[in-house]
Every structure is written in C-alpha cells, then in structure tokens.
Design a protein around this ligand. Structure first.
Ligand SMILES: Cn1cnc(CNC(=O)c2cc(-c3ccc(F)cc3)cc(O)c2O)c1
Ligand SMILES: [Mg+2]
Length: 214
C-alpha cells in the first residue's frame, strides 16, 4: 500500500536526524520539504519569527492549535524552560500518530502533551481536564476558518490573561481574513504583522502577533 507524505517525512527524520536533537529534526524536515516534497510546516523562514516570539515571551504554558507532523511543536518545545509545558491539539489521528513519533525522536516529549480532537470541543475543557489556568502563548496553525471562533472561545473560557500572546500562521496564504479583521480592529488586542513567505516558497505569507489587553 502507498505511504502518505507524513509517513515519508517521518521516515526521513528517523533515517537522517539525530535522536534527542531537536535542531537536527527541524533541519531534516526543512531539507525534506525543500528537496523532496512540500509539506505545510511553518517552515524555516517563518520558524525564525516563531522562535523569536517564543524566546521573548518566555512562556510557561503554551497552546498550539494544529500539530500536523509536529515540526512547530518541536521548534517551540526546544525553546521552553524546564518546567514549561506545551499542549498541542490535532484533529487528524493520522497526523497525530506521526507527530508523536517526531516529537519523541526529537526528545521533547516530556514538555509536550498532544491531544487528539476538535479544538472547539477541547478548548472548553482546558481548565478542568488539563489543569490549565491561562496560556502565555497560543500558536494558531489549524483550519483557517477556526482561528476566529476558537479565539472567541478562549476569551469566553478565561484562558487568556492580560499580556497573553496569540501568534497566527498563514494570515495571508491560505489567509484568515475574518480573524485578521477581528484582532486588528478589536480594542482588546494590539496586533503586529510579520511579513514573510509561505513555507518553502516565494509566495507572500506572514504571522500576526496579537497581545491580549484584557
Ligand atoms: C488538513 N489540514 C490539517 N491541518 C490543516 C491546517 N493547516 C493548513 O491548512 C495549512 C495550509 C497551507 C497551504 C496549503 C496549500 C497551499 F497551496 C498553500 C498553503 C499552509 C499552512 O501553513 C497551513 O497551516 C489542514
Ligand atoms: Mg501553517
């Protein structure tokens, strides 16, 4: 039977990346996506912007919406201080299965909790079921039409505090127009656009960083 692209990406990681070395896992995936097959990881260019936002935020509790193969999960987790934790939500069980193996290969599994399910169902359970108070940083990289409803849901569930950072991928390509309009016009957010390119291409894309003002 035919392998899937995530399975081939995992194969490259297990063949070429050094176990326990997150940077080598990231480098291997980027090389695979440039030389073999494009995949919808945040990628190296936008990944550097993600790294700088993570390090300047120095978060203890991070939420990632959309794990895919775990590329950004590994990127973020590798920058977290020892006690910090990252909860990542993935709807697709096939992606989740691959991501768990990428995360373990990178050796960051102790900082990461991967939860399978729909973000709209899981966000209201964060406090009671996952012991979360508020998130210092949220990385939005899942279905583009879920960015806005899930942001409103996080507000309603009291998961954001004054100073919480939302960092959204793909605000230009594929685009999240309703989300952008909301965070750029709402008095409850201070937003900033980081111009970049769609992963592994010359197409314009970017990250939107929005600070929740409370
Ligand atoms: C199926 N699925 C499970 N999770 C998701 C959420 N992610 C995306 O949809 C996504 C899509 C693209 C993209 C795809 C085709 C294209 F031509 C241009 C861009 C890039 C990204 O960085 C993404 O995050 C989709
Ligand atoms: Mg993306």
């Amino acid at each position: 039977t035919q392998s899937t692209r995530p399975q081939r990406l995992l194969g490259a990681v297990q063949k070429k990346a050094t176990r326990g070395n997150p940077r080598s896992v990231i480098q291997t995936i980027d090389q695979f996506c440039r030389q073999r097959e494009w995949a919808m990881n945040v990628g190296d260019e936008k990944g550097c912007i993600l790294d700088s936002v993570v390090t300047e935020t120095n978060p203890t509790t991070v939420l990632e919406l959309g794990t895919y193969c775990g590329y950004s999960t590994v990127r973020i987790a590798s920058l977290l201080p020892p006690q910090a934790r990252l909860i990542t939500l993935e709807f697709n069980p096939d992606f989740a299965r691959i991501a768990r193996q990428v995360i373990t290969w990178a050796g960051v599994q102790d900082k990461v909790e991967l939860v399978e399910g729909a973000s709209g169902d899981l966000i209201p359970k964060m406090k009671a079921q996952f012991g979360v108070n508020t998130f210092d940083l949220v990385f939005l990289d899942h279905w583009k039409d879920r960015y806005l409803p899930d942001t409103k849901l996080m507000e309603e569930c009291g998961l954001l505090k004054k100073g919480s950072i939302l960092l959204a991928d793909n605000v230009i390509c594929p685009g999240t127009p309703d989300y952008l309009e909301y965070v750029r016009n709402s008095p409850r957010y201070q937003s900033q656009y980081f111009k970049s390119h769609l992963e592994y291409t010359k197409v314009e894309d970017g990250l939107e960083k929005s600070v929740f003002l409370g």
